[in-house]
Structures are given as C-alpha cells and as structure tokens.
Design a binder for this molecule. Structure first.
Ligand SMILES: [Zn+2]
Length: 97
C-alpha cells in the first residue's frame, strides 16, 4: 500500500473523540440521525438505533468533521469493525448494487 497515513497519537485521538462527542449533541447530528437512514446499507431505522460512525476511522487518520461523520446501523457498525478495510469496501460494493 502506498497510501499515506498521518501519525496517530493519543493527543490526536482524544481531541477528535471530544469533537465527535460535541457534534453528537448538536442540532446538525440530531437532524441527520432523525432521517433514520443508515449511510451504508440505506435501510430505515429508528433514530436511536443509529450510531455516529467515522467513515475514515480515527485510527487511520480520519477526523471528527461533518463530512466524515455518518449515521450507521448496528449491523454495519459491527461489520465495519470486524472486516479489514479492503473487505469492507467489497461489502459496500456488494450492497450498493
Ligand atoms: Zn446499515
């Protein structure tokens, strides 16, 4: 892989987790979640069933910016955590057909 990942340290993670926590209680997020649609599988859920997901995980240099935060259902969340990034992309390609 020749992708560039910035160095991840505890300070970065803490700062980005704090930002995510603040955004989680914002109107922006409440509105987004109230649509009840998982960003990945596009199925409908109750807003409380959706969690905030970093499309690019913090551990890979993603940030807690609005464009990187999406509502995600439990199933997709679990899959994303279990699969390797390349396997996750294959899964995405599969369900987007
Ligand atoms: Zn989903």
């Amino acid at each position: 892989m020749n992708q560039f990942f910035p160095a991840i340290d505890e300070t970065f993670l803490k700062k980005e987790r704090d930002k995510a926590r603040k955004l989680r209680s914002s109107q922006w997020w409440k509105r987004k979640r109230s649509l009840g649609i998982c960003h990945y599988c596009r199925h409908n859920f109750l807003p409380k069933e959706l969690t905030m997901d970093h499309m690019i995980p913090l551990a890979r240099g993603g940030k807690s910016e609005k464009f990187n935060l999406v509502p995600c259902c439990k199933e997709c969340n679990t899959k994303k955590n279990q699969l390797l990034p390349t396997e996750w992309e294959e899964y995405m390609a599969l369900i987007k057909k």
